[in-house]
Design a protein around this ligand. Structure first.
Ligand SMILES: NC(=O)c1ccc[n+]([C@@H]2O[C@H](COP(=O)([O-])OP(=O)(O)OC[C@H]3O[C@@H](n4cnc5c(N)ncnc54)[C@H](OP(=O)(O)O)[C@@H]3O)[C@@H](O)[C@H]2O)c1
Length: 253
């Protein structure tokens, strides 16, 4: 299959590598910053472009992996008639691509991607959607070459999945960052808390998170909770986060 990647960031890089490894032929990488397009194109052994007018029109699949907010404008710049155009966004409806082609879809990889760390795509859930059965089958076959977990969802289901992912991944990571700052304020090393994070993540692989909640809120240890809040008296925003999360733990019981 001949594929063109639009975007050269975290997802385009990891997905592009996975597709390349699975035998797909990447024809071009487009990215507004020529150096970024060139860097990924070099890895995938293909042409790099920074102007959409230079896009080849003969690919089987165009994957738009750019900032969510850039999708409407980029989509309107494309005129690919009956070529399949997909995006990789969790929370953007498929319809954002309506201007780009008659055949549109979504290939959303449910994982957190960074520039440095290579991702094992075989265990990444790939969420697909299309506006026509033929393209849906094409996406199913392609996704199955990358991952053992392929799921068809509509845009509304995918949006909730993405909200859940933000809670599970982005917010958890932010809470790690708050821990990091609190530890640093007392010259304590973040390494101290890494085993706790690893065990917490390991437990939910075997249990439901609501069943393995620990800590002062679930125990209703009011004196401990008050001590924690007092220790944060100079940081009202953290106090607020602590209160909200403690209440949410109690509410979800
Ligand atoms: N990161 C994740 O963990 C993750 C996971 C699943 C899905 N996604 C989705 O995948 C998509 C890409 O995310 P990402 O994390 O890979 O983003 P990223 O690393 O920030 O890369 C963004 C890419 O978009 C390009 N871009 C920015 N503004 C643009 C514009 N106005 N027109 C055209 N291209 C533009 C950038 O080009 P230049 O660098 O050349 O400026 C860059 O190549 C998003 O829809 C995101 O929701 C992300």
């Amino acid at each position: 299959m001949n594929i063109i990647l639009l975007g050269s960031g975290r997802v385009a890089t990891q997905l592009g590598q996975a597709l390349h490894n699975a035998g797909a032929s990447i024809l071009q990488v487009y990215s507004p910053t020529q150096a970024h397009a060139a860097k990924l194109a070099a890895k995938l052994d293909c042409e790099s472009i920074s102007d959409v007018s230079q896009l080849r029109l003969d690919a089987d699949l165009y994957i738009l992996s750019v900032n969510d907010d850039a999708l409407p404008t980029l989509s309107k710049q494309l005129s690919l008639t009956d070529r399949l155009v997909v995006h990789t966004s969790g929370s953007t409806p498929m319809s954002v691509l309506e201007h780009s082609s008659n055949k549109i879809g979504v290939l959303y990889p449910l994982q957190t991607f960074s520039h440095e760390k290579e991702v094992d795509f075989s265990v990444v859930p790939l969420i697909i959607e299309s506006n026509n059965p033929e393209s849906l089958n094409l996406l199913k076959d392609l996704a199955a070459k990358l991952s053992t977990k392929v799921l068809e969802l509509d845009s509304a289901q995918r949006l909730i999945l993405h909200v859940a992912a933000v809670f599970a991944c982005n917010f958890s990571n932010h809470l790690y960052a708050i821990s990091q700052a609190l530890l640093a304020s007392r010259q304590l090393d973040f390494d101290l808390i890494r085993p706790l994070i690893a065990e917490t993540a390991a437990k939910v692989q075997l249990n439901l998170p609501s069943e393995v909640q620990t800590g002062p809120a679930i125990r209703k240890d009011e004196l401990t909770i008050q001590k924690h809040l007092d220790s944060l008296k100079d940081q009202p925003q953290l106090q607020e986060i602590y209160r909200l999360l403690s209440q949410s733990i109690v509410n979800l019981r």
